[in-house]
Design a protein around this ligand. Structure first.
Ligand SMILES: [Zn+2]
Ligand SMILES: [Zn+2]
Length: 343
């Protein structure tokens, strides 16, 4: 099978072609596992974090990709939930132990043995992949393959982040960053909290325009003063400064949810800018959204199907994964990037 392989971490500004497009043996479905023929796989900012070493894979080489839409083409022994021909999705959660207190308490995203698809196990930048049936998700009929791919990460973690904000209808939500996740969260908020104005902080004028087109009540640059203070903010940027800026425009008692595995190092010195009186006093809260649970993925897919959520998508052939990553890195993303496989 053809795959895009990451052999080592590297600096993308020095090496613009981090992935090696090559042939590998097609994997075999083991006990309880499914062999999927990959149809589409979303490209996520986390792949940049893996490649540049902010969340490095423990073992090389590895096939990245954790927003996988595939067709079941073989099943291992003891598979009972899926059969040949089923269409399934694989998200960031590749596996969790199922035995620890977190797993038992509905927080498998915090499991110490949590494994991320495409980092701790081979993912979907390939023609085939294997996954345990318990970590494969049925895809509602109403959603197309391409439409579903970005929903599996950006959408699912966006859904988790939105839940973590504790937003109530009518309260003001801010979004810092307006890439793959932001524009899905905006659509979800319009549906679930129709009376909540959404203010978007985005770096480019193009992203700000897109936010307004999709229903944002206000859009501006990070650091700009919004018309009102915010009850909650979801941060999806790779940088630190928007975090500090967001805390400053939170209402008393407001909550900031940070949705990022790591923040890029070059912003490290700006940690110093966090001032207790300006940024935290008055019971402001900061919470991170870590990974996803299977329930996040499944519930979100149902909502997406219900409101026919249409992510803006830009497609690239599997062979051009490096170009997709480059385009993601340089920014000004109009929607989500998806690799498509031609069998
Ligand atoms: Zn992701
Ligand atoms: Zn566990």
């Amino acid at each position: 099978m053809k795959v895009q392989l990451l052999r080592q971490c590297c600096d993308l500004s020095v090496n613009p072609d981090p992935l090696d497009f090559c042939e590998r043996e097609t994997p075999v479905a083991g006990l309880g596992e499914l062999l999927l023929q990959v149809v589409a796989c979303g490209v996520c900012h986390t792949e940049l974090d893996e490649i540049e070493g902010r969340t490095p894979p423990p073992v090389f080489p590895v096939i990245p990709g954790h927003q996988v839409v595939g067709k079941v083409v073989a099943v291992g022994a003891d598979v009972s939930r899926f059969q040949f021909g089923d269409r399934v999705g694989v998200a960031w959660i590749y596996s969790a132990c199922g035995r620890c207190a977190f797993c038992k308490g509905g927080l498998e995203n915090l499991c110490p043995e949590f494994r991320g698809t495409g980092r701790d196990a081979d993912g979907g930048y390939a023609e085939y992949m294997v996954v345990h049936e318990n970590f494969a998700h049925p895809i509602p009929e109403a959603l197309t393959d391409i439409q579903t791919a970005p929903l599996l990460c950006a959408g699912a973690i966006g859904y988790r982040s939105l839940q973590l904000t504790g937003l109530e209808n009518g309260r003001i939500l801010g979004l810092t960053g307006f890439g793959g996740s932001g524009h899905l969260v905006l659509q979800m908020v319009r549906h679930r909290y129709p009376d909540s104005p959404v203010f978007v902080f985005a770096r480019s004028v193009r992203q700000q325009e897109l936010a307004r087109e999709l229903g944002a009540a206000w859009a501006g640059a990070s650091g700009e003063q919004p018309p009102e203070l915010l009850d909650a903010v979801i941060d999806t940027t790779p940088a630190w400064k928007p975090v500090v800026d967001a805390l400053e425009v939170l209402r008393p008692g407001g909550r900031l949810v940070i949705n990022a595995i790591r923040k890029e190092d070059r912003d490290q010195e700006q940690l110093l800018e966090l001032e207790y009186s300006r940024h935290l006093w008055m019971e402001k809260e900061i919470k991170s959204a870590a990974n996803v649970c299977r329930s996040d993925v499944r519930e979100f897919l149902e909502i997406a199907a219900e409101i026919n959520m249409e992510p803006l998508v830009e497609c690239y052939p599997l062979a051009e994964a490096n170009r997709a990553l480059h385009d993601l890195k340089v920014g000004d993303v109009r929607g989500a990037k998806v690799l498509t496989m031609v069998a």
